[in-house]
Design a protein around this ligand. Structure first.
Ligand code: GLN
Length: 394
């Protein structure tokens, strides 16, 4: 038989999603794939129940139901501080996963270069391969995950078509400062580069850090393709509701890409989430307070156990330094962690371009009791993992 496509053979399955399967296999507390075990807001669930008998149950407009887009434009205008035309500047997608892929296919020709900060959310690897882009990696250096401005400009000098900006950043928890965003914006304008953002953690930014939308900086609305989703903001990761906000010119093409990829996002779910899009600021303050509490609880637990980590400024991930375990293969290490300790994690090598194998990622988007259970299990990590490795040594 003929070979399958080079495209589809050029990447592995998602390690993040694989670690969820590994966690299930060993009945581990799954802190790998980032999704909450908290319920969505009641108003959204009530609306979902209310529309079950009446619908909509058929296709929404391909680029999103009008009332959903109107509510979304209003909400994002409030937070982003820019005007958004719901008729011309939004396409509703199946999660930000599709938004990012559609954005890439909209701007990138095969062979075009795209700047990716490393560590990066693993989807961007597959996104570049599927769109035929050639990534130029720029290292974010732990523990602050700052970048070298000169190295970034060197990357821009290679004439990239786009830069992917995940802000707040997964997995590092970095929140880009205004100065950093201004520098990226200046380079983007100077070298005529699009900025494709992934801002799904826009409402999870811990004080004193602040989320700044790069699209809101002077001259950036035209060249920014803002991707985000409702998954994390309303705890509805399974609903697959995301979107692209960009200029009319970009959206015109992005709508076509989206149309032929998926036709559209689920119509009843678009309808059901509208009360959420209309929540007042108090909802977002409450969400942040909840995640701040979880972050503090979880980081304190890790400190008590003596596991070193870098403190996230935003999002709900924490990177842990596992060097004391002499990790050579972090994928194997995470499997062992799930099997012997009972906690699911993601190996750092699925995020870092650099040969880094001593880091793992955990997330804390879980009920307090789930986090306590994970911490109780992690408290035994040194006996479980050390003992096991000693046993297997000749
Ligand atoms: N963003 C989540 C993570 O990094 C997972 C998203 C997904 O699996 N689609 O774990």
């Amino acid at each position: 038989m003929q070979n399958l496509s080079v495209r589809s053979s050029g990447f592995t399955d998602s390690v993040i999603r694989r670690m969820t399967r590994v966690s299930l296999k060993y009945d581990a507390v799954n802190l790998s794939q980032g999704f909450p075990d908290m319920d969505p807001p009641q108003a959204i669930l009530d609306r979902l129940a209310q529309i079950a008998p009446t619908g909509p149950h058929q296709y929404a407009l391909t680029w999103g139901a009008r009332n959903f887009r109107e509510a979304l434009a209003e909400k994002q205008r409030r937070f982003m501080g820019i005007d958004i035309d719901p008729e011309k500047e939004i396409v509703v997608t199946c999660g930000s996963t599709e938004a990012m892929m559609a954005a890439m296919l909209t701007v990138v020709n095969p062979g075009d270069k795209v700047i990716v900060f490393s560590p990066f959310y693993e989807n961007y690897g597959a996104d570049t391969i599927l769109s035929g882009a050639e990534p130029i990696y720029v290292h974010l250096k732990p523990p602050d995950f700052n970048f070298d401005a000169e190295l970034l400009e060197q990357a821009f000098r290679q004439n990239p078509k786009a830069i992917i900006l995940c802000n707040p950043s997964n997995p590092s928890g970095k929140v880009f400062t205004r100065e950093e965003l201004e520098l990226i914006a200046d380079f983007a304008k100077k070298y005529d580069t699009y900025v494709i953002t992934d801002e799904v953690y826009e409402h999870i930014v811990y004080a004193p850090y602040k989320h700044i939308y790069i699209a809101s900086l002077p001259g950036m609305k035209e060249r920014t393709i803002s991707c985000s989703s409702l998954s994390k903001t309303y705890s509805i990761t399974g609903w697959r509701l995301g979107y692209i906000i960009a200029s009319e010119r970009v959206i015109e093409n992005a709508r076509k890409v989206h149309d032929f990829l998926t036709v559209g996002a689920a119509a009843p779910l678009q309808e059901a989430v509208i009360p959420g899009l209309k929540f007042p600021d108090a909802y977002y303050d409450g969400l942040l307070a909840e995640y701040t509490h979880k972050r503090d609880l979880f980081l304190k637990g890790l400190s008590d156990i003596g596991l070193p980590y870098t403190e996230p400024q935003g999002a709900y991930y924490v990177l842990l330094d596992m060097s004391e375990f002499g990790v050579a293969d972090d994928v194997r290490f995470c499997e062992e962690l799930a099997e012997s300790v009972g906690v699911g994690a993601v190996p750092g090598s699925s995020f870092f371009r650099e040969p880094i194998h001593h880091i793992i990622r955990l997330h804390f988007a879980k009920k307090d009791e789930t986090l306590y259970e994970a911490l109780n299990r992690l408290a035994h990590i040194r006996t479980k993992i050390r003992k096991k490795s000693r046993c297997t040594k000749p």
